[in-house]
Design a protein around this ligand. Structure first.
Ligand SMILES: Nc1nc2c(c(=O)[nH]1)N[C@H]1C(S)=C(S)[C@@H](COP(=O)(O)O)O[C@H]1N2
Ligand SMILES: [Mo]
Length: 389
């Protein structure tokens, strides 16, 4: 595995053994050991960090060291011996499963891209300020997730008639303006039963690291990262969407005229699927490059709908005057990004590189994304100003 840059022992220390620090009297909110990650820290508490964009091009499966971390609260150090997952609600049998029960279930490996709904929020903020972590285009990564299917677990519990949603609850504590809460997510029952939707125990062949949700997280391929709940503690089968803050109020796409003061979140649906997007990862914004042949690289993400993949990526070296079709480097998939590269001929002066993706339905990534005060789902054409000397 040439993409792994740290040893298994180091990762086990970051994950499974970290609860021991808690045993030794260290508070559970101490930061996990992410020293073997090489990230740009956007916020320290809660911890939020993304890789420098060009590092995303190293491999189709993103190594641990460049995988972004998005947290809303603390990063609990879960003792694997005391771990329990409760499955309840509209089920025939309430389950209380230990980690070894999950490890004993049939496992699948799913390669899927994790992407934050706030990826590229800083581009929304150029139009008008937005709240939240000001991500560049690096709140995204692709991993090989391994663990049981959620459908198998729900099959054991026996889903009752009338079930419409499945809620996920994490064990981390999040501070909202007026109260403490647990992070939560959820998906419609149809998505919960899809073969790609799973509980991940492993990421890239190793146990999940603490900051990625050790010992268990949901992975919901094609959906925004917020639905892939880390440090999973509870699953509830219900007849309605979760009332958790991060389903009922946050992670909704509000119209441009909405403001934090006036919005009525209950009037809007939760965001689930990704939107078609692409970004340039090399060269970096503001780079100076010699005139002539320039290799440009980046990623493209399909819109998260079943059966829809990336068909092509178009790249411009002159602000949109002429376009070149990029070479796609990954595997075709509805749930994973494509990496791409293109060789452009660039002329001296101030130039803007642009990328736009086209999906297998023929839909083209839009030139601009509608501004919203939460700064979600920025998928306008990615523009990278450079100097050609
Ligand atoms: N329990 C819990 N799960 C969570 C979060 C969180 O703060 N707490 N953040 C979510 C969000 S918004 C994203 S984008 C992904 C990020 O996953 P990663 O940190 O493993 O990259 O986790 C999701 N799951
Ligand atoms: Mo996110």
């Amino acid at each position: 595995m040439p993409f792994m840059t740290i040893t298994r022992r180091e990762l086990l220390q970051a994950a499974g053994a970290s609860w021991m620090l808690g045993q030794l009297g260290c508070p559970s909110f101490i930061a996990p050991d992410v020293s073997s990650k090489d990230l740009l820290v956007r916020q320290t508490d809660p911890f939020n960090a993304e890789p420098r964009l060009d590092r995303l091009l190293d491999s189709w499966v993103t190594p641990y060291s460049s995988f972004y971390v998005r947290s809303h609260g603390n990063q609990p150090a879960v003792n694997p011996d005391q771990y329990a997952l409760v499955v309840e609600g509209l089920v025939e049998r309430t389950l209380r499963l230990r980690l070894e029960d999950l490890e004993r279930m049939a496992k699948v490996t799913v390669t899927a891209t994790m992407q934050c709904a706030g990826n590229r929020r800083s581009e929304h903020s150029r139009t008008k300020s937005t709240g939240g972590v000001q991500w560049d285009a690096g709140a995204i990564g692709t991993a090989e997730w391994r663990g049981p299917r959620l459908a198998d677990l729900l099959g054991r519990a026996g889903v009752k008639a009338g079930a419409k949603h499945v809620w996920f609850e994490g064990k981390d504590s999040v501070t909202l303006k007026d109260r403490q809460t647990l992070f939560g997510g959820g998906v419609p029952i149809e998505k919960a039963l899809k073969p790609e939707t799973m509980l991940a125990l492993e990421m890239n062949g190793l146990p999940l690291a603490r900051e990625h949700g050790y010992p268990v997280r949901t992975v919901v391929p094609g959906y925004i990262g917020a639905r892939s709940v880390k440090w999973l503690g509870r699953i509830v089968v219900a007849d309605r969407p979760s009332e958790n803050n991060f389903v009922a109020r946050d992670y909704k796409l509000f119209p441009p005229e909405a403001t934090a003061e006036t919005v009525k979140p209950e009037a809007y649906d939760p965001i689930y699927e990704f939107v078609l997007a692409s970004a340039i990862c090399r060269p970096l914004v503001g780079a100076t490059v010699p005139a002539g042949k320039l290799e440009v690289g980046g990623y493209a993400v399909p819109p998260g709908a079943e059966g829809v993949s990336i068909a092509s990526v178009q790249v411009s070296g002159d602000g949109g005057g002429t376009w070149t079709t990029a070479q796609l480097l990954g595997k075709e998939s509805s749930f994973s990004w494509q990496l791409w590269k293109a060789t452009l001929d660039v002329q001296p002066g101030s130039r803007t590189l642009i990328a736009k993706a086209v999906d297998s339905r023929g839909q083209v990534q839009p030139e601009k994304a509608p501004w919203n005060f939460k700064g979600y789902l920025y998928n306008g054409w990615h523009r990278v100003p450079i100097t050609v000397s």
